[in-house]
Design a binder for this molecule. Structure first.
Ligand code: C5P
Length: 222
């Protein structure tokens, strides 16, 4: 059994950036579970299946295999039926579809075994929405990483501007609010802070400060 760090929190809180950095410092494997949902989402988008077509989605799940591997620099690569789809997963459309289909219990069930087995075999820092509450309830360190809607929207907006993509701060904030709403209110495995998770609000912290806070928590928990 490896040492497990569970990080949950809403979209745009900076989970993946800090989890990646902490994993590198500790020599842990970083597992981005959102990317697994995104890989499933990509499959359905390619088939022009709507998120509301639950029966079709349920039926087709058997035809999908999601697996992970790590490149030489330790960066997670996601495979959809053996095709490396990592570079296609960050698109907005894919995130929206991932959020919609992740509300189906059979979709969550599909990924649960893979997520748990990764944590069983290695030291991992795993991020998502239900890691501390559902996937790794016994993780010795759980963190609920969040930030105000305004702070998250500003970060996302700056990121898009840097990439040269057109966006308005209002639209980005609205998207974030909608994603929060659907992730927090779904019936199965909604996003919420585990009782034994440490609440970390990053609104006024920069990335190195968040990384340092997590390193300190790890020292204490270890
Ligand atoms: O974290 P990321 O934005 O890549 O996740 C995409 C979507 O996948 C989230 O909005 C959420 O609905 C879903 N998700 C989930 N459980 C996880 C990780 C992601 O439901 N453990």
């Amino acid at each position: 059994m490896g040492f497990n760090i569970a990080i949950d929190g809403p979209a745009g809180a900076g989970k993946s950036t800090v989890a990646k950095a902490v994993a590198q410092k500790l020599g842990f494997i970083y597992v981005d579970t959102g990317a697994m949902y995104r890989a499933l989402a990509l499959f359905f988008i390619r088939r022009h299946i709507d998120a509301g077509e639950s029966e079709k989605i349920k039926e087709l799940l058997d035809q999908i295999q999601v697996s992970l591997d790590y490149d030489d620099s330790g960066v997670q690569q996601v495979f959809l039926n053996k095709e490396n789809v990592t570079s296609q997963l960050r698109r907005e459309e894919v995130g929206k579809m991932a959020s919609a289909i992740s509300a189906y219990p059979f979709v969550r069930e599909k990924l649960l075994g893979l997520q748990r087995s990764l944590a069983q075999n290695s030291d991992v820092i795993m991020d998502g929405r239900d890691i501390g509450t559902n996937i790794l309830p016994d993780a010795p360190l759980k963190i609920y990483l969040t930030a105000s809607v305004e702070a998250r929207a500003k970060r996302r907006y700056d990121e898009l501007c840097e990439k040269g993509e057109k966006a308005s701060l209002e639209t980005v904030a609205l998207d974030i609010r909608q994603r929060d709403e659907s992730d927090m209110t779904r019936a199965i495995a909604p996003l919420r802070q585990a009782e034994d998770a440490v609440y970390l609000d990053t609104s006024d912290l920069d990335i190195p400060q968040v990384i340092q806070s997590i390193m300190n928590l790890y020292e204490k928990a270890n």
